[in-house]
Design a protein around this ligand. Structure first.
Ligand SMILES: NC(=O)c1ccc[n+]([C@@H]2O[C@H](COP(=O)([O-])OP(=O)(O)OC[C@H]3O[C@@H](n4cnc5c(N)ncnc54)[C@H](OP(=O)(O)O)[C@@H]3O)[C@@H](O)[C@H]2O)c1
Length: 265
C-alpha cells in the first residue's frame, strides 16, 4: 500500500543544497520520506525541494537558517521539537577552512565549532524525546576520516569532527534499548562543493582516494538498514587506513602527523 501524506516518515537534512546532503535528501525522498531541508541559501533550498517533491511524490519543506548562529539553531530546535514526528535527522551541514589556526579568522573557527559540534547535538536533543517515545528513529551525524587523523591546516576541522564522532558513540550508548539509532558517518575525500567553497584545489590527492556522494550515502544507509555499526567509514581503503592508524602508538601517530602534507596550512 503506498504511503499517504499522513503516514509518510519525515527526514530533516541540514546542508541539502549540495554534495553529501543533497544525495541524502534524494535517497530519503526516493525511500518515501517527506523532507525538511535546512541551510542558508533559500533559493537553492526551494530548487532542491521542488525537484525532489516532483521526482518522488513527497512533501518537501524548506527552512532557511545559518546554523552557525546559536539563535537560529534554537529557533530550528524549537520548531523540530514542536513537530508531531521526526523520523530521520541528518546533521550534515559543514565547511572547511584553509590556513593554520594562528592565521585564520577566529570568527570562522568559532563558527565551525558551533556548526560541527554544538548544532548537531542541539538538533538531536530537539528530536530525541519524540524518537524515544516512538521507540524509532535515526540520527546520522556526518563526521569525517579527519575525526581520526589530522594535519597542518586541519586542527579545528579535525577537532570538531573528532568531537562529533565521539559524542555520537556516547549517544549510541545512552540510547541502547530505545529503538533509536545513531551513526557517525566518516567519509574521506568526496567530490562535492566542499573544497571549492574553501578555495582549495586538491590536485595532489591520488584519484583512488576520491569517493562519490552516491558511494558515501550508500554506505551510510546500508549500515543504518542493517542496524549498525555506529561508526561508518565508507570505502575499504579508508577503513584500512583508519584501522592501521589506530594501531600506531600515540608518539608515532603524532610524529607522522607533524610530517603530514602542508597543503591546507
Ligand atoms: N567533501 C569531502 O571531502 C568531505 C569529507 C569528509 C566529510 N565531509 C563532511 O560532509 C559534510 C557535507 O559536506 P559536503 O562535502 O557535501 O560539502 P558541500 O558540497 O560544500 O555542501 C555543504 C552544505 O552545507 C551547507 N552549509 C554550509 N554552511 C552552513 C551554515 N552555516 N548553515 C547551514 N548550512 C550550511 C551548505 O548549504 P548553504 O550554502 O545553502 O548554506 C551545503 O548544502 C560536511 O559536514 C563536511 O565536513 C566532507
Amino acid at each position: 500500500m503506498p504511503a499517504t501524506a499522513a503516514s509518510r516518515p519525515l527526514a530533516v537534512v541540514t546542508g541539502p543544497t549540495a554534495g553529501i546532503g543533497r544525495e541524502f535528501a534524494e535517497r530519503l525522498a526516493a525511500r518515501g520520506h517527506d523532507l525538511l531541508l535546512v541551510s542558508r541559501d533559500a533559493a537553492r533550498l526551494h530548487e532542491v525541494a521542488d525537484a525532489l517533491a516532483a521526482a518522488h511524490g513527497v512533501r518537501a519543506e524548506v527552512a532557511a537558517h545559518d546554523l552557525t548562529d546559536p539563535a537560529e539553531v534554537e529557533a530550528l530546535a524549537a520548531a523540530l521539537a514542536a513537530r508531531p514526528r521526526v523520523d530521520v535527522l541528518v546533521n550534515n551541514a559543514g565547511f572547511g577552512t584553509l590556513g593554520t589556526l594562528a592565521r585564520t579568522d577566529p570568527a570562522r573557527q568559532a563558527a565551525m565549532i558551533q556548526l560541527h559540534c554544538a548544532t548537531p547535538l542541539r538538533l538531536a536533543q530537539a528530536v530525541l524525546p519524540g524518537m524515544t517515545a516512538r521507540a524509532a528513529g535515526l540520527i546520522v551525524n556526518v563526521c569525517s576520516v579527519a575525526a581520526f587523523l589530522t594535519g597542518p591546516g586541519n586542527a579545528t576541522y579535525s577537532g570538531t569532527k573528532a568531537f562529533l564522532r565521539l559524542a555520537t558513540d556516547g549517544l549510541s550508548a545512552e540510547l541502547q534499548g530505545t529503538g533509536v539509532r545513531v551513526q557517525a558517518l566518516c567519509p574521506g575525500f568526496t567530490r562535492t562543493e566542499f573544497h571549492d567553497r574553501m578555495g582549495f584545489a586538491p590536485t595532489n590527492i591520488p584519484r583512488p582516494l576520491w569517493m562519490s556522494v552516491a558511494a558515501v550515502v550508500d554506505a551510510s544507509l546500508r549500515a543504518a538498514d542493517r542496524g549498525g555499526p555506529v561508526t561508518v567509514i565508507p570505502g575499504l581503503r579508508y577503513k584500512v587506513l583508519v584501522a592501521g592508524w589506530r594501531l600506531l602508538p600515540l608518539r608515532i601517530a603524532s610524529f607522522l602527523t607533524r610530517q603530514g602534507p602542508r597543503v591546507r596550512a
